[in-house]
Write a protein that binds this ligand. Sequence first.
Ligand code: FAQ
Length: 333
Amino acid sequence: MTTVTDAGQTAVDADRTAVFDAAVAADERIEPRDWMPDAYRATLVRQIAQHAHSEIIGMQPEANWITRAPSLRRKAILIAKVQDEAGHGLYLYSAAETLGTSREELLDKLHAGRQKYSSIFNYPTLTWADVGAIGWLVDGAAITNQVPICRCSYGPYARAMVRICKEESFHQRQGFELLLTLSRGTEAQHAMAQDAVNRWWWPSLMMFGPPDDESSHSAQSMAWKIKRHSNDELRQRFVDIAVPQAEALGLTLPDPDLKWNEERGQHDFGAIDWTEFWDVLKGNGPCNEQRITQRRTAHEDGAWVRDAAAAHAAKHTERTTARSAQNEQEATA
Ligand code: FAQ
């Protein structure tokens, strides 16, 4: 029997850490079977789970408008978009499972309030124009944040993001097109589009997370190349992209301090209400209660589907095992 001394174990850990650090430094991908520090694994599970939960909770505000879409074309597009978000959730739960957790465990944590989902989905969709504002601003912010994650150091997460970003960019364009149609429509339609943008602008800026000096995870996540840019850098990038797009839409952004800063080559923008952000995270947003209750109910109502799928899979495995045993018997007879 081999016994590993404390000194021996420390040397093994140091070697493994050196291999991991060198791979990250060389921009190589860390794969599920590679050794990784426990804290790296835990950070990835936290971020990927939060991301996956956001995708599936994010289905609710838009699904609210499926039955009331103004035309068959808009209804078909919206159904496809909401379905895409479910798919994104599945890719992400699968990526998280490669780290040794399970979808069931993550969903239990979401339902118990032990894992978060994005603050943005705790705001209500009051009018049809909100579907456009979510597409343009929320998907727009999501893409700005997620394109750099395609270069994340953890392989399964990076690869999932490539496909997700392609789909999100369709979503963003459909939101822009919807808002453009409303903006160029009747006076009432234009006002509805403007009102939606007024309500979604600030919460979209909050999606990027707290300011850098209050972001507890950024420094370590950037050192591990999970995050490639800080929260404030990505927020600034989003503002600079959104301003000319708002002009093209003929809509204004609800920030009197928003202006081009020649010296910085970027836009200055007004102060974000971080008290509102932290309050929403604590569960006090306008829709937190409704979103989590609906999610728990959907999960309970879907129990019979999961049971039926598991029973079908068990029957299939049983039959395949019996068939291969029979084939083996015949081959040796
Ligand atoms: N909401 O230290 P940091 C979508 C938490 S897109 C709630 O800066 P980190 C697509 C954070 O977890 C939306 N919580 O954290 C779609 C931490 O708390 P913890 C999802 C937030 O991780 C569109 C604490 O604050 N996208 O769903 C938020 O380094 C339309 C301190 O923060 C992603 O998840 C927030 N906004 O940076 C679907 C992208 N921000 O965990 C349907 C991947 C921060 O210690 C329809 N995630 N917190 O208890 C990320 O890039 C990062 O996790 C950040 C946060 C940037 C979100």
